[in-house]
Design a protein around this ligand. Sequence first.
Ligand code: FES
Ligand code: FES
Length: 160
Amino acid sequence: MKITCRLNGKEVLFNTFADKPVSELLYEHSEVTSIIPGCRKGTCGNCIILLDNEPVLSCLIPAFRIRDKEITTFEGYAKTRFYLDVTRGYEEAGIQPCSYCYHAKSLLIESIIQENISPEPEDIINVLSVNRCSCVDEKDLVKIVETAAKYRRRRRVRRS
Ligand code: FES
Ligand code: FES
């Protein structure tokens, strides 16, 4: 079946099976390198995308569900000014993330601070628990997100 959607701001057409996982579609797409095959069953959390601005595990989403939707992968998000807040969060927390979870985690952090500009530690840990990370402990994860949220609040005050 033919499915059109918007991927990182551009209209794209997929010719695919209706039930093919979106993670596989994206893995095969030439402009997406952040989605790599992981567990394919919703446990590693490395296939996170934003679907109409909501974080979802793309390996659990069949292709037909993205018809006429807006998909943002890390490639699209990293071009936005908001990504800078996340990178500052990592920098100020003194965390050098590895590439294993970074793309998915960045999108999750963005979704947390979009939802609540002053998130509570338990909410941060709860959302980020979707994404397995073996390098960064919970305390540092909270610090990263709280710092990113701080920069987002400043941005809002400046309205930029
Ligand atoms: S590939 Fe592991 S959760 Fe999707
Ligand atoms: S930073 Fe290495 S797995 Fe998360």
